[in-house]
Design a protein around this ligand. Sequence first.
Ligand code: EPZ
Length: 419
Amino acid sequence: MSKFVIQGPQKLSGEIAVAGAKNMALKVLPAALLLNGKSILSNMPQIRDVATMIEIMKGLGANVEQNGSEVIVDPSSLSSSQISGTLSGQARTSIMIVASLLHRFGKATIGHPGGCVIGRRPIDQFLEGFQALGVTVTDTGEGYYFSADNLKGTTYFFPFVSVTATETLMLTAVKIPGTTVLKNAACEPEVKALADYLVSCGAKIEGAGTNTIRIEGVSKLNAMPCEMIPDRLETGMFAVLAAATRSPLKITRCNPEHIESLLTIFSKIGISYKQGKDWLFLPEQSGIYRSPGKIITHEYPGFATDLQPPLTVLLTQSEGLTLVHETIFEGRLFYVDLLNRMGANIILCDPHRALVQGPTPLRGKKIESPDIRAGIAMVIAGLIANGETTIDNIYQIERGYEKLDERLKALGAIIERKE
Ligand code: EPZ
């Protein structure tokens, strides 16, 4: 098992370029299976989750070539409609492939989709939405069998806002005759980016980026080049890293507009920054950090649940009591025990709420990375802690962050990746 060994506390400096968005790449790859011709996908993050998705697609017979941050997908050789349970268990977004397989083969089989261990991760809205679009869904015990018996446009209201369910139903509906209206849809920038890409390929989609998406089915979609938008979660993570280590850092190739909710919290804490269209600069911070009182995770454009663990590390360095209210997932606060082992003073009130009392100095410890975002929070904690921090199970971190150790070293961090 690989691990990171970090020496803290560390001040960093310099410039860091943000990678392409993981949560767009993982949706555009399955979408490419629906298109006629070869898709050239650029600014793809070189991370494990993307590698897993490519492996699943190759397993179905697609021809996928990866050359650095460019991936070329040729779906013409697709030969199977069965996604192996072992692989689908590693990637929740494998369910999006079902949309493409339904149009290619009229059927699809999938094991239960997995993903990060941050809550129950149900797929009821996918199943209900597929059924509303005329797909017959059979629970096989080991997974699901989908059959495109009577595809038809529909109106579907999501009981809960779900990013991947919105994208999956949108991808399914683009080639279904008639009109589909998705209500209470997710508004995340990655949803809009996927819709923009599909529109460039010939799809008719209106309203993506708002909570009502209207789709007119078309019969043919032709592959077009697609560039991933900057990863807003990586942008926010680097901003928190700069603030937590009080390091001057320029974050480039990003879109600061996508992290407005985080920047609003920064202002309450007393963190200064400057922003341009595609950059964000945090100067070396000298003032006292104040608690923002409470932070509440929310669907976009609210404060992203994926930025909650890194921000909580920063809150341990802010004066006063902060309520962290995680509203999206019920398993996304358990990592606070690890921060407490490092010296933080956090009370986990229930699975959704924690009280952070700061400021508390942190000490280096031997810990494990529970999931991608809690894992990166541990890296930030290691960089501000006194002494050595060892983070095991960095497989989880590398699912979402490209060459993290090399990029942090370039900023002056003392971090080693060890087997
Ligand atoms: C996406 O997951 C992201 N993943 C997550 O990022 C992110 O945390 C999440 O959206 C919320 O923003 C990708 O885009 C690949 P949801 P997703 O369906 O789509 C409930 C990361 O670290 N729900 O929007 O799987 C669900 O339990 C990852 O990069 C149902 O109840 O999340 C949750 O409480 C982790 N039934 C809420 O909706 C369903 O059928 C939102 O989840 C589907 C979801």
